[in-house]
Design a protein around this ligand. Sequence first.
Ligand code: PMT
Length: 413
Amino acid sequence: MSYLSGKNILLGVTGGIAAYKSAELVRRLREQDAVVRVVMTAGAMEFITPLTLQALSGHPVATDLLDPAAEAAMGHIELARWADAVLVAPATANFIARRVHGRGDDLLTAVCLASAAPQAVAPAMNRGMWEDPATRENIAVLEARGIRVFGPAEGSQACGDSGPGRLLEADELVEKLAGLFSTAELAGCRVLVTAGPTREALDPVRYISNRSSGKMGFAVAAAAAEAGAQVTMVAGPVALQTPERVERIDVVTAAEMQQAVLGQLDGTDIFIAAAAVADYRPQAVARQKLKKSAAHLTLELERNPDILATVAAREDAPFSVGFAAETESMEQNARQKLQAKLLDMIAANRVGEHLGFDADENALQVFWEGGSAELELARKSVLARQLIALVAERYHHKHNDDKVIKLHAKDPA
Ligand code: PMT
């Protein structure tokens, strides 16, 4: 299965002769099961029609920044948030220069500016334009900002010249784009993730639960797998497809979740608790359906085990990452949980009023001892990749520190 399967790819097409190759690129991306939406610049439409790319992508092509109809439907901010990755192919020297300067005066540059997703450009231009110092500097700036540059290839050019400046072939672009999703940051690591809600039965037909859809935890498991980890996910009752390369264990109650987690801990390097575990369960589960006889019904609840705290308190604890679902005093509460549960890191999200739970987007504030990071509102898949990058960085940091400490401990001096 491809790393591009199910990914939202925003393809920007700019105005060069290589624009005709974007038709083949859209086909190749769709063969990988990617969902493709195309944004064309005015220049691109001089070389290839939007209708061609609409037919091949299966979606209307967006061309106008100030089109009221388009802005009412999937406007530039929606497109920017929708994308799991942005690829501009072909990218002209003019587009690259405008991107460097942060211009947002057409739809494509505005979407690129607004998107938190990984971005890449595939330059295509005359060799002289490619070799011009201005373009060299512009490319260096893009690379320094983390925008990937795919190609260009060398060879004969439409203008009769020969040299660097050809757009990479569609297959090569697809392979490189897939590479954006396979970072290898966690290669060789075993990651255990909890996701979704738990359900605590009251009687044979009723239960206590919460609004967790599992989307955040599933996105975290998928991002960890993309980062090269061997991932096991313990999931509460949710109706979501298991991400590629993730082993899934389904559970219902908090007790089952804890048992499954403890059973998987051996060899686990990183534990990420994204599940919304019910803190309490009914003291007794009625064997028959509860009857509505009295005007009031009082339920006796007892505490469920705290799975994350149990794991993080072990002597052989993996690198432990919690989530904090907060309706108020987010930083204060999250930092308190970080300390109380002996965590390495905590990702706090504001919940309630359509936030956090059961939404497609989220925003996180991440805390660890001596540091923090703000991950702005984005689709949960995009956010999960950013979180996994942070987890990988902190995990490797701690790992190296541990090695140094052990080396010093062995040192007789
Ligand atoms: O599933 P979605 O609809 O996508 O929504 C995502 C989410 C809002 C559920 C997710 O982002 C999130 O915040 N998950 C944690 C929810 C939660 O239970 O938060 P908490 O602050 O109550 O718990 C703190 C941490 O302890 C969490 O990592 C939780 O998994 C863990 N915990 C809590 C109680 C318990 N008995 N065992 C635990 O392991």
